[in-house]
Design a protein around this ligand. Sequence first.
Ligand code: SF4
Ligand code: SF4
Length: 246
Amino acid sequence: MIAAFRRGVRFRCTRCGECCTRLSANLPLSARDVRRISAHLRMSVRSFVAAYGLHVVDRVRHRGGVIDIPSIELQVPASGTCVFLDSERQCAIQAVKPSVCARTPFVEYVAEGSPARWQEALSYCPGIGLGERYPRARIERLLREEMASEAAEIDAIVRSGGDLARLLRTQLPPPLVRETTTTGGERHGTSIPRTAPHPERSRPALDLPARRRRSDTVKGQGGSEAGRRRGPARRRRPSGPTRLTS
Ligand code: SF4
Ligand code: SF4
């Protein structure tokens, strides 16, 4: 855990949207995220994935063999700005934003990341240093909750026979396979371009319920980027610069 987290951190997201413009990788979506966001957008899961998602299989090679871990990622354009950041720099899906966004910065990717990553976050996130203090014990609890959530996701996929389409009760496009190996707890893999490889796809205009303005509310604990996974039993999260979230 980075030293700042061991000491405790004050944090209150101001919803400035800055971190949503600094994405260096696609955002991982849990099956629950996919269902919730699809429903919020009044889209079928299949249509949502076709418009915004990427079906990925992380093929993790480790000493014990090979394990395939399917997932859906929210595609991030080459600009690094999330497609759901609106013209007022607000999250258009705030009420159902991905769990990775809702957990930031108290996620493994940040907590177990490099000090430089945290320094980068300090350079642009106005929410660090504001609000209530998160002591180490609380941060550790949040990290455990993140891990438990991911373990539950893996269990659900396993119970569905490793078939994410079955879990989501929909059809999915063929997955892009990402080869990954593990050595000594670290993961190394080929990357998949984050830009949508489906140029023909078209995204429907968002038809969203009215949202509260930034000044109306103070976001609780922020949301975020995925953490790197250490072992084959954990979902892979895209690595990249620190991103927090609105
Ligand atoms: S909170 Fe997450 S989903 Fe919403 S705009 Fe930011 S990165 Fe996108
Ligand atoms: S977490 Fe993101 S949206 Fe929230 S204050 Fe920090 S940079 Fe701004």
